[in-house]
Design a protein around this ligand. Structure first.
Ligand code: HEC
Ligand SMILES: [Cu+2]
Length: 300
């Protein structure tokens, strides 16, 4: 803000001065040739004005240098503080988000494309990539941070009001780079804790004939090779964790709203929706697909 106010006021002063002299001399601009107006006295005045302006400029630049240095130091100290750590893994072309729980590692929450954070808590994002370079960018929260294969970068921020903001991969990472967005969902501590507690649970066992069959369709098709559903034998993390799929508002990294129709289209042929994505098409009979969808809707 210091830099904003200094540069803002200087810009206004420069423009005002310029307009003042343009107005004052407008007759000579419009018609008569400019009369010779400099004298020894006015030269001296001009020299003094320019010298004064140079000195003020240098002083102001020093003020900005020092205040920016102080701010950077304070930001640097944030990294020493205790913060809630969230791990973000960039994938072609979606985000894997872990909420580690070192005391009981099996209670770690794994989700995709939706970053839930509590308001008023210092957050440390530890980001890395499993394939190519991505860049984590939530413009409403902080700057960009590259996610590099084999290296962990961190990014600190504190959200001061509840809200939902879109974020986007900001480093070209291949064909579907544009369809690699995510949402940051900032909520009160109570709501966040409630969400976290729900995410820690395994998926509920299917209760109806149809959803039981849907689960079987999932477990006996290729889905298990790439996806995990907590509480079942599906435990692969090639694709997004689906344990609480139905709580997410979009699928495929913000590409489509999470509706039953979109899910059906996605499961049958994700390639027609997000060409090149790492999920192959699936041939399912109509009834298998219906049951599978009914089961997916129970993953709350
Ligand atoms: C070869 C691995 C692979 C197989 C097999 C596979 N998927 Fe996927 N799936 C993925 C990947 C990778 C994504 C993320 C794609 C993206 O967003 O770019 C994905 C995304 C999804 C999503 C959207 C999740 C979200 O939160 O965005 C659903 C739902 C899904 N798959 C269901 C299934 C079902 C059901 C099957 C079996 C019929 C299946 N998948 C088979 C790899 C796979
Ligand atoms: Cu990208």
């Amino acid at each position: 803000m210091t830099i904003f106010w200094i540069t803002g006021i200087v810009t206004c002063l420069v423009l005002a001065t310029l307009l003042y002299f343009v107005a004052k001399r407008r007759h000579s601009i419009l018609g008569d040739p400019l009369p010779q107006t400099t004298t020894a006295a006015s030269d001296r005045l001009a020299t003094r004005a320019v010298t004064g302006a140079v000195i003020v400029t240098i002083l102001l630049l020093f003020v900005m240098l020092i205040s920016s240095f102080i701010t950077s130091r304070r930001l640097g100290h944030m990294h020493d503080q205790d913060a809630m750590t969230i791990e973000v893994y960039g994938h072609q072309w979606w985000w894997e988000i872990h909420y580690p729980y070192p005391k009981e590692p099996y209670r770690e929450v794994i989700t995709a494309n939706e970053l839930h954070v509590p308001v008023g808590t210092l957050i440390r994002i530890e980001g890395t990539s499993n394939d190519v370079i991505h860049s984590f960018w939530a413009p409403n929260l902080n700057g960009k941070r590259d996610l590099l294969p084999g290296y962990t970068n961190d990014l600190m921020f504190l959200v001061d009001k509840p809200g939902i903001w879109r974020g986007q991969c900001a480093e070209f990472c291949g064909l579907q780079h544009a369809h690699m967005s995510f949402f940051t969902i900032a909520e009160s501590k109570e709501n966040f804790n409630r969400w976290m507690e729900a995410q820690r649970q395994s998926a509920a066992d299917p209760k109806t004939e149809q959803t039981r069959h849907g689960q079987q369709v999932f477990l006996t098709h290729s889905c298990v090779l790439c996806h995990a559903i907590g509480g079942t034998t599906a435990g692969s993390h090639v694709g997004p964790d689906l344990t609480h799929l139905a709580t997410r508002s979009t699928i495929a990294a913000g590409t489509l709203p999470n509706t039953i129709g979109n899910l059906a289209g996605w499961i049958l042929n994700a390639q027609s929706i997000k060409p090149g994505c790492r999920m192959p098409p699936n041939q399912l009979s109509g009834s298998d697909l219906q049951d599978l969808l009914a089961y997916m809707e129970t993953l709350r």
